[in-house]
Design a protein around this ligand. Structure first.
Ligand code: IPD
Ligand code: CA
Ligand code: CA
Length: 263
């Protein structure tokens, strides 16, 4: 049996209510590493979503941020980021998301990204389209970088390395209208899908950050690939570029040029 989008949306809506409820109370937080936190919402929402999957699809495998990989069946895979933008969430900034995706034989089939404080629920289904709160979404038709809002992020552990992303940020800042660092990659990608931003790139993300968003941008008429044409989008460290069709090659060329200076 295949999961249905409405079913996943129901789970994510329940998870969103949990996120808001827990944020409203005395949130328990612990350090995962020097500059990374895990809150009780990350663990509670992840367990809640994994329970739903196990109850409904006991054979499916899951790749989830806090508890890692479960299950053997690589033909049916789920990707879960229970709270994307945990640092925003912990600091009380409303820019955070819950992201859930399902892939069959390695092909993304369903994706849901929720931003609970804004009551925004993005969704996508392979071959059927992408939606925001049920209304169809499309990438923007902006053609020039100078008219484009781009979004990116920086990984703390890469900050003193050639993969810091700082040079890309400086270079694209000269070419684009503006670049934002919003702090929740899943939402960054959803914003490309609905045309609020023209492009998003980031280095060293994880499959659970991007899986739902990849399907969303593609279903909304945009392009997604690994940043330099190497590696995978749903395995290991993910360097990603997502944009509308006009902006994609322009960003890709600039990012490749910047990278060649560091090699
Ligand atoms: C993080 C956010 C952030 C991105 C980081 C991610 P998390 O996810 O998506 O925008 O820059 O690289 O790790 O840890 O809050 O789920
Ligand atoms: Ca994340
Ligand atoms: Ca997370």
């Amino acid at each position: 049996m295949e999961p249905r989008l409405e079913q996943v949306m129901e789970w994510v809506k329940e998870a969103s209510a949990m996120a808001q409820h827990l944020r409203g109370g005395n949130l328990r937080v612990r350090h995962k590493s020097k500059a990374d936190l895990v809150t009780e919402a990350d663990t509670a929402i992840e367990s809640f979503l994994i329970d739903k999957i196990n109850q409904n699809f006991p054979d499916h495998s899951v790749n989830a941020e806090e508890s890692g990989e479960h299950g053997e069946d690589q033909d049916h895979q789920w990707f879960i980021d229970p709270i994307d933008g945990t640092l925003n969430y912990a600091h009380g900034l409303p820019q955070y998301a819950i992201s859930v995706a399902y892939a069959q034989k390695g092909a993304l089939r369903l994706g849901v990204i929720a931003n609970p404080p804004m009551a925004e629920f993005f969704s996508a289904e392979a071959g059927k389209g992408a939606w925001l709160n049920g209304a169809p979404i499309r990438v923007s038709d902006t053609r020039e970088l100078i008219d484009s809002m781009l979004i990116t992020g920086f990984r703390h552990h890469l900050i003193d390395t050639p993969r810091s992303n700082i040079n890309n940020f400086v270079r694209l800042s000269r070419e684009a209208q503006v670049i934002r660092r919003l702090g929740a990659a899943a939402l960054d990608i959803a914003y490309v899908a609905c045309g609020r931003a023209e492009g998003f790139w980031e280095i060293a993300l994880n499959p659970w950050d991007v899986a739902a968003g990849i399907l969303m941008v593609r279903e909304a008429g945009g392009v997604v690939s690994t940043l330099y044409g190497e590696g995978h989008l749903l395995r290991g460290e993910v360097d990603i570029l997502a944009a509308n069709q006009e902006i994609y090659p322009k960003m890709q060329a600039i990012l490749a040029e910047e990278r060649s200076k560091t090699l």
